[in-house]
Design a protein. Structure first.
Length: 996
């Protein structure tokens, strides 16, 4: 039953504030409040906020309506409207023809219009305006005259509007199409929902005065009302909440300083006990001073708190992006990247000249990110935390589906028009395209192209969350997301940024999930708990990367990365950071890739001192694996592009991996950096620099720009920009810009370079690099962050390939390759993969001991060999195998798997196919999937026999009599290897018998 505002039943959560909108816990949890007034639910009413307090009341009213209804179906209660109107001193206009007052007036019902206006006047005393408009329709004058009479009798002010729905007359037809799309109506329904007029646009004051001359003062009153209601929306912007601190600290800055220097004693130790390295201390003092001056200590404390929670729950996480440029973040323990050792500029992340809040992206295990999001709701209050919206816009193909329905097209007719979208020219459509009579394909396509990029609906940002010091519904309306327990702002990230609202990005990364699953499987099978934060830098890992053996390896599994890795030959961790950054549009467009690789490999002269960035011992085998491009399933280096690069990159260090990650990106690719880098790395091309000033900046990447930070440094050193100005240049060039804006940027940059003596071809080359990298350059901090995961995933793949494959399969969907591709690659590396088994398989893939050698493995002279293959290099790989999980079997969902596992747990292993069917009652489709996958082999039933029996056995549950004796399937021919392969792919999508 409804309860009074501010009061809850015993089982309700505590109130969020006086009459605040209260979100539900789940879909079934609804708002409670006063019974609504008897106002028709279809009435339209225009509400205007006079000041920030009124805006907060109006925003709260919208939020309450959203929380009271379903997604996209708000419910406005009359009592809520009255309360918000009184609290916020809201101003109301009687509205369009869908409003109660104009509707009665249009029907000639003076008494009805008077009653409706009187009801509204009681809710908005002294703040109700009667609205008149004129669209040149026959009914306009009679309706407006009656509305003027209502205003006169009730002593209400009359105000002239134009009931605007579009800004310009030329948009009238498009507005009609959008109205039909939004209302899921056919355009032929016509005036039932959209007036046949093109007058509902923003008109000039003179035109309005001419149209409504018979109502003196109405137009002037509209202008006066607009001026009276104007206020700066930034006045409602919230702050971050005060961070809860131990009592010994004065403020957030004091507490942050304590945490930072406490961490610095171990991260940057000095000579004496408890001392901090002087160089690091100076950097930390600088960063803390900037953070304090900008007022963001609370932001860093919130990020630290979130990461601490994740680690307390054993949720893998790490920050990505420019946050790794901060030594404060390193000392807080939220990143393993050392920006001081790597020379990463703090201004790339935060500076007084940036004029923007910090932006730290934190990756969490994809499967457990929701725990972190719900922690934020609980920690900071549901009313003070919400996800950021994402504006989903139309694209030409998607808009054609919606517009086609509005025009009454069939799906076949929509498909017939689709092929003409790519031409972007409506006149290219022949008139004989099959369309309903009277319709023009050119007209329809023109509407689609005009709507390309137009907002369609609100979604949820991939990870953006806002936390505020007061209820967010006072700042922006909230609504439900389609995901359970997700409240969402009605603003996107750009709206929040323009208001100075700080956003926290809590992102999900499938590879972190795969790594954790792999570690868990290793512990379960071998009793060894791996600490991926402390794994050694092994040569074998870098050898694997150098081979471009990176299928399934994070960030370096693309073809471009695989092509680069053998030339890159990564040998250190920083090599991985370079690899990550190198194959990107910036280095590629900047002609950096091949020069770098040639220089790295001694094919070009290199004039620089190599940085020794390896902090822990390196494993040669890992880099050898990477150099072979043997990286299927390895984070970031498993794409075809990465695999093509790895043998040229030949990573030997961790920094090689960072370069590899950055290299195969749009920035290096569009900047023509990839091939020059690789040629220089491999000694095929001489290392050269555009100008002597550029040498210190580009030395570590062989004179080829690979990272975004290098371009910022070029702007600073060569063009005389301050750190903040160079970041603003990056931002300006990142966004869409006109030719005029680019000309201004070019002129300013050339002037700065000329002042520093950089002219002629050198200036042209630097500008080309700046222009190519700005949009797509990969930050060095991001590359190094990813390089850690590259090395971790490579290390697991090299040392624990069976467990790693199981982790990858259980983390799907993710990564670059299909499960079948991952399995075939693992089998080529000696991993044994077994088909599903109804008596052994769990929901997920598991690692099981091998009781006997599988059919495709033989032991010769004590060495395990695959038939027709070379020796396997690790005998441990033969002791275990991956057993495919039931989740991969066609037709088995969680319900069926739970039923099967439950029956097996209660009654023990299944004795036969009839026993399986009777104890589980599985459907025919499910039994067919199990039979085709070979999951019944443990019951002595071959695949063909199992498929034959599925129809007869399906539905044979505990309440059904068992099959009569003799009803067992007949003996049928065993499937050939080719048939088994086809059955594998049909039933599980994975073949464990034959490489496909």
């Amino acid at each position: 039953a409804p309860v009074a505002p501010g009061r809850e039943r015993q089982d309700e959560p505590a109130p969020l504030g006086p009459d605040a909108p209260r979100p539900r816990r789940g879909r079934s949890h609804r708002m409670h409040g006063p019974k609504p007034l008897n106002l028709p639910p279809t009435d339209h009413l225009v509400l205007l906020a006079p000041d920030p307090a009124g805006y907060a009341a109006l925003s709260g009213l919208v939020t309450r309506a959203q929380f009271a209804g379903e997604k996209d179906r708000p419910v406005y209660a009359g009592a809520d409207l009255a309360e918000a109107a009184d609290r916020g001193r809201l101003v109301a206009l009687t509205g369009c023809r869908q409003g109660a007052v104009p509707r009665a007036a249009q029907a000639g019902d003076l008494a009805g219009a008077m009653r409706a206006a009187a009801r509204l006047r009681a809710v908005f005393p002294g703040r109700l305006f009667v609205e008149v408009w004129h669209h040149g329709m026959p009914e306009d004058d009679p309706r407006n005259d009656l509305l003027a009479e209502v205003a006169g009798r009730l002593r209400l002010p009359l105000v002239a509007t134009n009931n605007v729905h579009y800004h310009d007359r030329s948009q009238a037809d498009l507005a009609e199409v959008l109205a039909a799309v939004g209302g899921r109506r056919h355009l032929e329904e016509g005036h039932g929902f959209w007036p046949a007029t093109d007058e509902r646009f923003l008109k000039s004051p003179a035109d309005m005065a001419r149209r409504l001359a018979r109502y003196p003062g109405a137009v002037e009153r509209a202008a006066e009302l607009g001026s009276a209601l104007a206020f700066d929306l930034r006045l409602v912007a919230p702050r971050l909440p005060d961070f809860p601190m131990p009592g010994a600290f004065r403020d957030e800055m004091d507490y942050l300083r304590h945490l930072v220097f406490e961490g610095a004693r171990s991260v940057y130790p000095g000579e004496g006990p408890g001392a901090v390295d002087p160089r690091a201390a100076a950097r930390l003092e600088h960063e803390l001073r900037v953070i304090g001056d900008l007022g963001f200590p609370g932001y860093f404390l919130v990020v630290w708190d979130i990461v601490c929670f994740a680690r307390s729950q054993d949720i893998y996480c790490q920050i990505r992006g420019s946050g790794a440029d901060s030594a404060v973040c390193r000392c807080l323990g939220v990143t393993r990247v050392d920006p001081i050792r790597l020379g990463l500029p703090f201004e790339r992340f935060l500076s007084a000249e940036r004029g923007r809040p910090p932006d730290i992206d934190v990756d969490f295990e994809a499967e457990r990110r929701e725990e972190v999001i719900q922690y934020c709701y609980q920690r900071y209050g549901r009313e003070r935390a919400a996800m950021v919206a994402n504006v989903i816009t139309y694209r030409a193909r998607s808009v054609l589906q919606d517009v086609g329905k509005a025009f009454g097209l069939t799906q076949a007719q929509v498909n017939g028009l689709t092929k003409y979208l790519d031409t972007r020219r409506p006149e290219a459509i022949p008139e004989f395209v099959d369309l309903p009579a009277g319709l023009s394909g050119r007209l329809i396509l023109d509407a689609c192209l005009r709507l390309d990029g137009f907002p369609r609906h609100l979604g949820i940002h991939s990870g953006g969350m806002v936390i505020a010091d007061r209820p967010l519904w006072e700042v922006v309306p909230l609504e439900w997301g389609r995901m359970e327990d997700r409240s969402v702002l009605q603003w996107d990230k750009d709206d929040c940024a323009s208001m100075g609202i700080v956003k926290f990005d809590l992102l999900g990364l499938g590879m972190l999930n795969a790594l954790h699953l792999s570690v868990d499987i290793v512990e379960e099978v071998h009793g060894v708990r791996l600490d991926l934060a402390a794994i050694p830098q092994e040569r074998a890992i870098y050898q694997m990367l150098t081979r471009a053996d990176t299928v399934g390896v994070f960030q370096v599994e693309s073809r471009a990365q695989m092509a680069t890795l053998p030339r890159m030959k990564p040998k250190t961790f920083y090599d991985l950071a370079i690899e990550v950054a190198l194959i990107r549009p910036g280095p590629i467009q900047g002609h950096s890739v091949h020069p770098f690789l040639r220089r790295r490999n001694g094919e070009e002269e290199v004039r620089y001192v190599r940085l020794d960035l390896a902090a822990i011992p390196q494993e040669r085998a890992i880099y050898q694996m990477l150099t072979r491009a043997d990286t299927v399933g390895v984070f970031q280096v498993e794409s075809r592009a990465q695999m093509a690069t790895l043998p040229r990159m030949k990573p030997k260090t961790f920094y090689d991996l960072a370069i590899e990650v950055a290299l195969i990106r749009p920035g290096p690719i569009q900047g023509h950096s990839v091939h020059p880098f690789l040629r220089r790395r491999n000694g095929e091309e001489e290392v050269r620099y555009p100008h002597a000033l550029a040498e210190p900046i580009l030395a570590k990447t062989l004179g080829v720009p690979v990272f975004q930070e290098q371009l910022m440094e070029l702007a600073r050193v060569c063009a005389g920009y301050t750190p903040g100005q160079s970041d603003r240049l990056r931002q300006a060039m990142t966004h869409k810009r006109s030719d005029e804006e680019m000309a201004k940027l070019r002129a300013g940059t050339y002037a700065g370079m000329a002042h520093n003596g950089v002219t002629g071809p050198a200036a042209d080359e630097i500008w080309e690099k700046l222009q190519g990298f700005a949009s797509f350059g990969f930050p060095e901090s991001h590359s190094v962050s990813f390089a850690y995961i590259v090395y971790m995933s490579s290390w697991l793949r090299h040392h624990w390939p069976t467990e790693y494959l199981a982790g990858l399969l259980n983390a799907q969907p993710m990564g670059f390759y299909s499960p079948n591709s991952l399995v075939q690659d693992a089998r080529r590396h000696g991993v044994v993969v077994l088909p599903p088994d109804v008596n052994e398989s769990a929901y997920d893939c598991t690692v099981v001991p091998l009781a006997a050698d599988p059919d495709d493995v033989v032991v010769v002279a004590g060495l395990a060999r695959r038939r027709g293959r070379g020796p396997l290099d690790d005998p441990l790989r033969l002791s275990t195998a991956v057993r495919l999980g039931l989740r991969y079997v066609r037709g088995l969902g969680e319900v069926e798997i739970t039923r099967l596992e439950g029956a097996r747990f209660v009654g023990g292993p299944f004795a036969g196919v009839v026993d399986l069917a009777q104890r589980t009652g599985l459907r025919v489709e499910t039994l067919e999937g199990l039979a085709a996958a070979g999951a019944l082999a443990c019951l002595g039933v071959e695949r063909r026999e199992g498929l034959w029996a599925a129809g007869a056995l399906a539905g044979l549950g505990p309440d059904r009599l068992p099959l009569a004796e003799g009803a067992e399937p007949p003996r049928l021919p065993v499937m050939t290897l080719a048939e088994e392969t086809r059955a594998d792919l049909w039933s599980t999508g994975v073949s464990v018998h034959h490489p496909v």
